[in-house]
Design a protein around this ligand. Structure first.
Ligand code: DGY
Length: 325
């Protein structure tokens, strides 16, 4: 059996697949495959391990309907046309759980970095701007005892809320479709409507998946309802905020600051005004980028491939309906 891997992934995952007798071909160029190149590479193989931004859309799936499994090296699956994959009976695997802590840590880092202008001030030293001490210069805002609002309190949102509540005594509010009993019990988190989340949050963190419902949810209207002292954090998917609206909200001081691990588009252009704003911290989508987490993701992605080529249930699948009927 043959597998095509769209990026160089950690050895731990490759070794597992080799030990299982799979023949691996890997894309090693430092650019994305074009949609046609992805199809061409997948035609002769039995399985696809997709790490990165390739669109697994209707055109691709129809052209490669022979695939026994598509295993994502990510928890997010917004770039996959899941209904079409399900209709074609192709199981789609992902890597939930193992990146929870690493991604929550990055959201926490962004809260502190934005609230204390950390990245901007680091750059000001490089520019030779560390002048004489001025009591009113370089002031950030404190987050201790303030309110963290989580939009989409799942595993990552819960871990972030736990850190903020325990380390900084923050009050936790959240907006979800379903109530999160554990967060309400352990963190005294309070469910609020979306409008209340916007109105009450001092720090508002997005920790949900990109779906048609969440796309562009944080737009001019939403930022307009937030506090002028609020910090907006997104470590989920850039498509959930409207980036021109966010830039305008920061420029007009509708909100105070922002911390982004995800942008729209990615990669962010170096001339994006967000990169020059003191109260903004931007990272290049590194939520899961630790040695431990990426190894664990590669192992799960490989195990999903091995199960899929054998026709067995995947360890983690986003469309378990393929097994019914
Ligand atoms: C994920 O796994 O979805 C992370 O955001 C990396 O893409």
């Amino acid at each position: 059996m043959k597998v095509f891997v769209t990026r160089i992934i950690p050895e731990a995952g490759l070794r597992l697949m080799k030990d299982a007798g799979l023949e691996i071909s890997q894309w090693t160029e430092k650019r994305d495959l074009t949609p046609q190149e992805l199809i061409d590479h997948c035609k002769p193989v039995d399985a696809l391990l997709s790490a990165g931004t390739n669109q697994i859309d209707k055109t691709f799936l129809n052209a490669c309907a022979h695939l026994k499994v598509i295993s994502l090296h990510s928890v997010g699956y917004d770039r996959v046309d899941v209904p079409t994959a399900t209709a074609l009976k192709i199981p789609i695997g992902n890597t939930p759980g193992v990146l929870t802590d690493a991604t929550a840590d990055v959201a926490f880092l962004l809260i502190l970095a934005a609230s204390r202008k950390a990245f901007y001030l680091h750059e000001s030293i490089e520019r030779g701007d560390w002048g004489f001490f001025e009591p009113k210069a370089n002031l950030g805002i404190e987050i201790r005892g303030k309110t963290l609002g989580v939009f989409g309190l799942g595993k990552i949102g819960f871990e972030l809320a736990r850190c903020c509540a325990t380390a900084f005594g923050m009050k936790i509010i959240y907006h979800n479709r379903n109530r999160h009993q554990q967060a309400e019990k352990e963190l005294k988190a309070e469910w609020v409507s979306f409008d209340e989340l916007l109105r009450q949050s001092d720090v508002l963190s997005v920790n949900t998946a990109l779906t048609p419902e969440t796309k562009g949810k944080f737009n001019k209207e939403a930022f307009g309802k937030m506090k002028p002292c609020a910090i907006f954090i997104n470590a989920a998917r850039g498509g959930i905020h409207n980036e021109p609206d966010l830039i305008e909200a920061l420029q007009k001081q509708t909100i105070w600051g922002a911390g982004l691990d995800v942008t729209d588009p990615e990669p962010m252009r170096p001339d994006n005004p967000l990169l020059r704003m003191p109260n903004v911290a931007v990272l290049p989508h590194i939520g899961s980028a630790t040695v431990e987490t990426r190894n664990a993701m590669a192992v799960i992605a490989a195990k999903n491939i091995i199960a899929g080529v054998k026709g067995e249930r995947l360890l983690f699948s986003v469309n378990p309906e393929v097994y019914s009927g």
